[in-house]
Design a protein around this ligand. Structure first.
Ligand code: FES
Length: 229
């Protein structure tokens, strides 16, 4: 019911009431209208205040999350302490193409890109600034770029390093392999800025000592050849 539909407030008020009683009812109707207007204004104010509080809380949460990540307190998207389960990314990836997938966990957004010269690269698609989604733009620069639209962050497509904007760290890396049939698989991750060998040794050492040995990881000995001991 709108204000103009209030009983007795308009020309549809009963004719039998007469002009005198209609005039007497007017102050009461006006008072009721005032009360209703005040209530609506108060409700709007409350809603607006609540909304601002929610926005402030969420923004604060994001900022705190950013600090926590920088300090290594919280789980970082794209990171994995242990060797993740190998995951198929796509059947084929041609030069200039990219594909979005999830790795190492089901919630971790990731991107695989085939650069123009055939190099295959993979990264976490969670911006290191405030965790917005990173996109692939093939038509930017000589090799395309990884772009975060939230605050114009740009990452180098070949290295994942920050090329422009506010992101404080490179994108965490995802190690991809390509099978003979052209299918692409994600096998491991590196933390933001972590050297590839350190990352691979950290993840392969325990579950795959044979692989760690082949990688020459510290603490492993050279594998005996031809079954010799
Ligand atoms: Fe990516 Fe700010 S969240 S640049």
């Amino acid at each position: 019911m709108s204000l103009t539909d209030q009983p007795g407030a308009g020309p549809t008020a009963g004719p039998t009431a007469g002009h005198a009683s209609a005039r007497a009812a007017e102050p009461a109707a006006e008072a009721a209208r005032e009360q209703l207007r005040d209530r609506i204004s108060a409700d709007s104010l409350t809603t607006r205040r609540d909304y601002l509080r929610i926005v402030a809380t969420v923004s604060g949460g994001l900022a705190i999350g950013g600090v926590g990540v920088a300090a290594g307190i919280l789980h970082r998207h794209g990171d994995s302490e242990t060797l993740p389960e190998t995951r198929k990314v796509t059947d084929q990836l041609l030069p200039g193409q990219s594909v979005a997938f999830r790795f190492p966990g089901d919630e971790d957004r990731a991107l695989a890109v085939r650069l123009g010269d055939g190099t295959l690269v993979g990264y976490s698609a969670v911006c290191t600034h405030l965790s917005c989604a990173v996109l692939w733009r093939a038509d930017r620069g000589p090799e395309g770029e990884l772009y975060c639209p939230c605050h114009e962050g740009v990452f180098d497509a070949r290295t994942g390093e920050v090329a422009a904007g506010p992101p404080p760290r490179p994108l965490p890396r995802i190690f991809l392999i390509e099978q003979l049939d052209g299918s692409v698989w994600a096998v491991a991750t590196a933390r933001s800025g972590e050297p590839a060998k350190d990352a691979l040794c950290r993840q392969f050492a325990e579950p795959r000592p044979d692989m760690a040995q082949r990688l020459g990881c510290p603490g492993t000995t050279t594998a005996p050849e031809n079954g010799q001991t």
